[in-house]
Design a protein around this ligand. Sequence first.
Ligand code: UDP
Length: 508
Amino acid sequence: MTINEIAMNGSIKKPHFVLVPFLAQGHMIPMIDFARLLALNGVLVTVVTTPVNTARFKAIVDRANAAGLIIRLAELRFPCAEVGLPEGCENVDLIPNAQEYGAGFMEAVSLLREPLLRHLREQWPAPSCLVVDSCSPWAVDVARELGIPRFVFHSPSCFFLLAGRNASKVKPADPFEPFLVPDFPHELQVVKGQALQFFDYPGWEKLFAEIKAAEASADGLVINTFQELEAAYLDSYSKALGKKMWAVGPVCLVNKNLDDKFSRGDKITSVDEKFISSWLDERDPKSVIYVSCGSVAINSFSHLVEVGLGLESSSQAFLWVIKKVEMTPAVEAWLEEFEGRTRSRGLIVRGWAPQILILTHPSVGGFMTHSGWNSTLEAVTAGIPMVTWPHMVDQFLNEKFVVEVLRTGVALKPRILTMSISPEYEGLITREDVEKAVRKVCFGKPYALVVFVIGPAYPLELGLKEVNNDAHVAILGRTALSLASKKTKLYVISGNCNGVKLIKVEDE
Ligand code: UDP
C-alpha cells in the first residue's frame, strides 16, 4: 500500500495530511519543503505551527497557495508563560540558554497536544493521517484520539539513525574509545561520544523513551534522504524496526525558483539577498568557499577568529555567515578590522543567509559546514565538496558519512575531542586547520563523488558538473556507493532517471 492509499481514509477524495514539525529550523525547514511536495502531488496539507514560526515561512506557504497548492496552517498559541519561557521563545534557535530553558521549551511543546486535538476535530475534510517529527512524541495521542494512522518523520540521515541505534548496544567504559558499530552494512568505527541518538543524554531519559516508543508504534517512517544515497542503511533500519520506510528526499530540491530560495527559513539578515546574489555573480566559477554552521551551533569568539584567520590565509574568496547571537561586542570589534583587510574577496553575512541560493550558485566551490543533515544534503545535491566541522549530535556521524563513505569532503579535525562544541569551548581548531582544509577542498585533488538519482517526484535535472580542473560531480547511484567503499577516487558518471552510466573511474 502506498502512503497515499493508507492516508486516503476511505471516503475522502483528497488525502489530508497533518504535518507536526519539531520547532527547530533544521526540522521545520524540511517539513515545509515536504508539505509543498505533498501538495504538488495532490494532497491537502495542514502544517502545525505557532505565531513566531509562521512568520518565518508564511511567504513560502502563501506563494504555494497562490499557485494552487492547498497548504493550511494550524497556528496554535505557544504557552511560553505557562512554563516560564521568555515570550516569543517558540523555536530552538530562540532559546536564550539551553541549560536554563531547554526542559521548559520541551514542556511547552508538549502542551500543544490538547489545542491541536481541538483544532483538528473541527477540520474538514477530517485529517487522514499525521506525519510527526521524531522529536515530537507528544503527538502520538492526537493520532490515537482521532483514530488515524501516524507516521514518524525523521529529519536526520539514515546512516545516523542506524549507526546510533546499533552503537547503543555497545557500552564502552571510555566515551572516546573506538569500537566497530555492530550489524552495520559496512565496517564503521566510532566513539560513543559521536554516535549518540537524539536526546540520549543524562536528564532526558523520559523524552528519549517516548521518542523510541513513538517510533516503535508508528505506522511507518518518512525520512529526508534518497534511496540511491542511503539504500543499505534504509534497508537495514527498516528491517531492524519492522517498519515500512519512505525516503522522500532530498526535499530541498522542491525549491526551484529564486523567490523560494530567498525566503527559506528566517529572513533576518544584515545583507540584502539581492546583494548576495550580485556579489556571487561577480566571482569566478567555483572560486568561493561558503561557511555556515546552521541554525543552532554557536561558536566562541576564539573559534570565530581562527575561522576568519584561516580563511584569510587560504587566499580563497569566502562568504561567511555569523549568527546574530555570536555577534558579541568583541566579535564585532574584531570583524571591523578583519573586514577591512578582506573586503576585496570576502563577504560576511550577520544573521541568516539564503543557503540554497548560495550553494546552487555557480561561483561557489566549497562549503565549510557544521554537518547538519539538511546542509549536508543541500551540498550533496548541489555537487559541492565540504569541509566538515560537526558540533553536536548527528553531525559527527554525518561527517563520517561525507568523509569516509561518500568521500566528498575533508574533516576540519579528524579526531573527536568533545561530545559537543558549545560557546564555552576554546582552542579546538586552529587557523592552520582551517587553511589546510579549505585549500584541500578548493584547490586540492578533486573529491568528485556526489550521488543523485532523485525519486519519481523529481525530474532529474543534472548533467555533469565541474568541481575543479578535471573532476566532475554528477549522478551517483548504488553503483557509485558500492565503489565508494572500495576507495575509488574519482567518478565521472552521467545519467538520467532511466539509468546511470559510469563513464570513468580512477582508482587511488
Ligand atoms: N539555513 C539557512 N541559512 C542560514 C542557516 C541555515 O538557510 O543562515 C538553513 C539550511 O539551508 C538548512 C537549515 O537551515 O536547511 C539548517 O539545518 P541543518 O540540518 O543543516 O542544521 P541545524 O540548523 O539543524 O543544526
